[in-house]
Design a protein around this ligand. Structure first.
Ligand SMILES: Cc1ncc(COP(=O)(O)O)c(C=O)c1O
Length: 391
């Protein structure tokens, strides 16, 4: 595991080249605790389906997967799957879709294909680690500027004037993620339009991480995919979050610009070449029943949100709660000196997993909670029992 002191963001002999990459703290944390801690309060995905449940839901026979030959697959992804992804959009064609080896790979490919030495990047903060660290790795930490969420009373906001201030003539890329992990923020359609207009006027690229697309709570106005609004967008999406199938490792990039697609593909030949055949078969099955899976996941999140709100009403002195608008996560202030330190203790002593927002670029007195899992209410009850004992 890399220590913070190992990080040299920029090679001093050649400042345009970045040598190291920061520790991927979220994934290191989950690798350490996810498979050994029974009560989990911080997962970003939704409750997964089994292969049998998925095939049954899609009305496919149990041996459907068994019929697939395990040869190489088409590098961009098989046509039927690209058609199914394009059908989720209004302006995207199957040619614009590129299936990946895994969703997170798409962030790396975009960083490589979009950026040159000297380019600057503006990225939302806090954010999923890879959305910051991979861009820092490619252009250097000093060239990645953070567009920070602002904590309002009971909600989060994104000050647009701040984005205008951060974009300079050297800016090449704006990185956003809506619905947002961890705040659960979703911009209004008007704010999304302003962001797209700025991208087009500045002639920069928009990397739009839409891994949680469509997970919109019932009283929030939905927004379209950025790929349906502008050819300057590169969109990352997949089946891990909204569809609760992270074990499939099914993700895709959308790019309507043909030259950019070629550059992305060239990088992909070095990282995964083509999507795994079983992933394509099951991914296609999932997309055939996408609406049904998504609705189940939204219903579960809304149930868990009720449980969460009742909990936070009981503990107003300990937590600073802002109800999320979309997605499966929320960012909550917690009245302890260090959530990082506490999370390790809670995991080993109580079997309860909470995650510090410090590893996402937030602060260590905030935690991310995950609302997409069946086990949320029992995990919260266990956490509350610990609080009642004076935790
Ligand atoms: C915003 C965001 N983007 C990308 C990813 C990567 O998805 P996957 O883990 O399925 O590769 C995640 C995973 O947590 C995420 O939260």
């Amino acid at each position: 595991m890399l220590a913070r002191t190992d990080i040299i963001a920029t090679n001093p002999r050649n400042p345009d080249r970045c040598m190291k990459i920061r520790p991927f703290e979220t994934e290191q944390f989950f690798a350490r605790y996810e498979f050994t801690t029974p009560y989990q309060l911080c997962n970003s995905d939704c409750e997964p389906l089994s292969i049998a449940e998925l095939l049954e839901l899609a009305n496919l026979p149990p041996d459907h997967l068994g019929r697939e030959r395990l040869g190489y697959t088409e590098p961009r992804g098989r046509l039927a799957l690209r058609q199914a992804v394009a059908a989720l959009h209004s302006r995207v064609t199957p040619d614009d879709v590129m299936l990946l080896g895994t969703p997170v790979e798409g962030i790396y490919l975009a960083a490589r294909a979009l950026l040159d030495p000297g380019d600057e990047v503006v990225v939302l903060s806090p954010a999923y680690d890879a959305l910051v660290n991979l861009f820092e790795h490619v252009v250097g930490a000093d060239r990645v500027h953070r567009w920070r969420f602002r904590a309002e009373r009971g909600s989060w906001s994104l000050p647009f004037a701040e984005l205008e201030r951060l974009v300079s003539p050297a800016t090449r890329l704006l990185v956003v993620n809506f619905p947002h992990n961890p705040t659960g923020f979703l911009p209004s359609p008007a704010l999304q339009r302003r962001i797209v207009d700025l991208v087009e006027q500045a002639g920069i690229w928009l990397f739009s991480d839409e891994m949680y697309h469509g997970l919109v709570h019932s009283d929030t106005p939905p927004i379209p995919s950025a790929a349906d609004l502008t050819t300057r967008a590169v969109v990352l999406s997949g089946l891990s979050k909204t569809y609760g199938l992270p074990g499939l490792r099914c993700g895709w990039l959308l790019a309507r610009d043909p030259a950019l697609r070629e550059r992305l593909m060239n990088w992909k030949y070095y990282t995964s070449i083509c999507p795994p055949a079983p992933t394509e078969v099951l991914g296609l099955a999932a997309l055939q029943v996408a609406g049904a899976i998504r609705q189940r996941n939204i219903a579960r999140i809304e149930d868990n949100l009720e449980t969460a709100e009742a909990f936070f009403e009981r503990w107003p002195q300990r937590f600073d709660w802002r109800r999320p608008l979309a997605g499966s996560t929320a960012l909550v202030g917690f009245d302890v000196p260090s959530v990082s330190e506490l999370s390790r203790r809670l995991a080993t002593e109580e079997g309860v997993l909470i995650q510090s927002a410090a590893m996402l670029g937030g602060n260590d007195r905030q935690m991310r909670i995950g609302l997409g899992r069946d086990g949320f209410a029992p995990a919260l009850a266990r956490f509350e029992a610990w609080l009642r004992r004076g935790g």
